[in-house]
Design a binder for this molecule. Structure first.
Ligand code: GLU
Length: 189
């Protein structure tokens, strides 16, 4: 099982995310990644190996964003490698997701989405999450409420366990979290 961490606030999020990942590293350390909202786009960096390998890859001074999510992985579906590392994006690059847990029915969901023309670039169960969210979101107006509804509808389809953090490029100042049978703690200050 992995560790996930997210931040929304007034401070640069990258140092907070990296320090969160280091604290959570005991939960998984085959790969690590971050997604940060930067000037209206979701920037993703990931690397196989320990959090230190990810940190070495990133030029920390170039990330000013204050909203982000991060993951340290312990693979359940798909080998440990960069392609399978989280965060995962949907096909339209609108969403990024980190996931702790197992989507037991991911094969059916993947087949369904492939039938609608979606492509998959990893072997993970997790990659269906951003794509199913996009499937629901793309049918409606781009509103916060529809972002929330799309996450809610996607979650209703997932069998298994999850704690997820979701970024949407259309709403750069927020993230949505959801959980079922996996731990998730939210801190407010
Ligand atoms: N099932 C997901 C994967 O294999 C998440 C694993 C984890 O919780 O680290 O990528």
């Amino acid at each position: 099982m992995c560790g996930i961490v997210g931040y929304v606030g007034g401070r640069k999020c990258l140092p907070i995310l990296l320090s969160g990942l280091k604290n959570l590293e005991y939960r998984g350390y085959d790969s690590a990644g971050v997604a940060i909202m930067e000037k209206g786009l979701i920037e993703i960096r990931k690397e196989s190996g320990r959090v230190a390998a990810l940190e070495n890859l990133i030029d920390t001074s170039s990330f000013l964003g204050t909203v982000g999510i991060a993951h340290t992985r312990w693979a359940t579906h798909g080998i440990p490698c960069k392609e399978n590392a989280h965060p995962h994006k949907d096909n339209s690059n609108t969403f990024a997701v980190v996931h702790n847990g197992i989507i037991e029915n991911y094969k059916e969901l993947r087949q369904l989405l492939e039938g609608y023309g979606y492509s998959f670039y990893s072997q993970t169960d997790s990659e269906v999450i951003p794509n199913l969210i996009e499937y629901y979101y793309s049918k409606r107006e781009k509103t916060k409420e529809n972002f929330l509804n799309a996450v809610f509808k996607a979650c209703k389809n997932f069998k298994g366990s999850y704690a997820i953090l979701v970024l949407c490029k259309d709403f750069p100042n927020m993230q949505i979290v959801a959980k079922k049978n996996s731990p998730l703690v939210i801190g407010v200050r």
